[in-house]
Design a protein around this ligand. Structure first.
Ligand SMILES: C[S@@+](CC[C@H](N)C(=O)[O-])C[C@H]1O[C@@H](n2cnc3c(N)ncnc32)[C@H](O)[C@@H]1O
Length: 299
């Protein structure tokens, strides 16, 4: 698969939807959803995650917010709970449907919210539409990331803000887990330009049978180039987990869950409780984490 296209992208994320979220969505009720959104916010606060640090939650009421790639809709539901008027665009039908189902369950709490199947590289919105465009872990998985970032800029109102997470190349996960652990020791580096996507294993309750067609990672310089049209750019690193070390990581994960426990906030975004990370991992995330939390303003 040398030139992955949008069908490959939809196929992979569709299969992962079935594996991660299908059972959670089947059993969802309004009460469960509201409790899960509050758990999600609590988990994000514990992790200093972008959706509570870079996103101005207390200032969202009445703001028009676009989320690109909402997945099963957890982040979008959180922003709607804080009063944002949400539009959520995911290329994968089941994920857009899952997000809309959450808005429907929220009722008046998600007033004006809509989810649609749409490609972040060709957004069906007029120029200067949104106050905030948010996207977590999405635009490094689309064939033309530059085009998608140009779309973010186009649909933002002047003065509007982009809040985006992309994978970080200057990280332990990229160099040690992926390049050394998977690329060299498991021989995936020689399998072609999309080796990183194919090498990425994703959590799920079923055996993964469809490969992820694209994953990209960026240096700080790469991010600044990608966001060169924006002003007031901020960059912060986060997210480090010992359990991602290929092979050995699964032993650590068992110990970690025994020692630190799990947080129910993982349900809406990972389909299961999140294994709580150690204070050391939180500190390492700031230095060598695999997430860039990025903000930029349209002037
Ligand atoms: C890693 S998941 C992230 C989901 C969600 N943002 C979260 O953090 O839980 C990537 C998501 O991006 C979506 N996606 C991938 N390429 C896309 C594109 N070109 N336009 C819109 N959504 C896309 C996938 O369908 C999937 O839902």
């Amino acid at each position: 698969m040398s030139n992955p296209d949008k069908q490959d992208v939809k196929k992979f994320w569709g299969s992962l939807y079935d594996s991660l979220y299908e059972d959670v969505d089947r059993d969802m009720t309004r009460e469960k959803l509201i409790a899960s959104i509050d758990d999600l916010e609590d988990m994000f606060r514990m992790r200093d995650f972008m959706s509570v640090v870079e996103m101005p939650l207390d200032d969202l009421a009445g703001k028009r917010v676009l989320e690109i790639g909402p997945g099963a809709g957890g982040h979008s539901a959180l922003f709607a709970r804080h009063g944002a008027i949400m539009t959520s665009a995911d290329i994968t039908f089941d994920r857009a449907r899952s997000t809309q189902a959450k808005f429907d369950l929220m009722g008046e709490m998600a007033q004006g919210a809509q989810a649609l199947q749409s490609d972040g590289e060709n957004l069906p919105f007029a120029d200067d539409t949104f106050d905030i465009v948010y996207s977590n872990g999405v635009l490094h998985h689309t064939p033309d990331t530059e085009r998608a970032i140009a779309e973010v800029y186009r649909v933002l109102k002047p003065g509007g803000q982009a809040v985006i997470m992309l994978y970080c190349k200057s990280s332990w996960h990229y160099w040690v887990n992926m390049v050394i652990g998977v690329g060299i020791l498991r021989g995936k580096l020689i399998t072609g330009s999309n080796w990183l996507g194919r090498a990425t294993e994703w959590g799920g309750k079923k055996q993964q049978t469809v490969a992820n067609p694209i994953t990209r990672c960026y240096t700080a310089g790469g991010i600044r180039k990608l966001f060169s049209a924006f002003t007031d750019i901020t960059l912060r690193k986060g997210e480090f987990y010992f359990y991602l070390i290929p092979g050995l990581g699964r032993f650590y994960r068992r110990w970690q869950i025994k020692h630190y426990g799990t947080h129910p906030g993982g349900l809406l975004v990972y389909g299961e409780p999140w294994p709580i990370q150690s204070p050391l991992e939180t500190r390492l995330g700031k230095i060598m984490g695999f997430a860039w939390f990025i903000t930029g303003r349209k002037s």
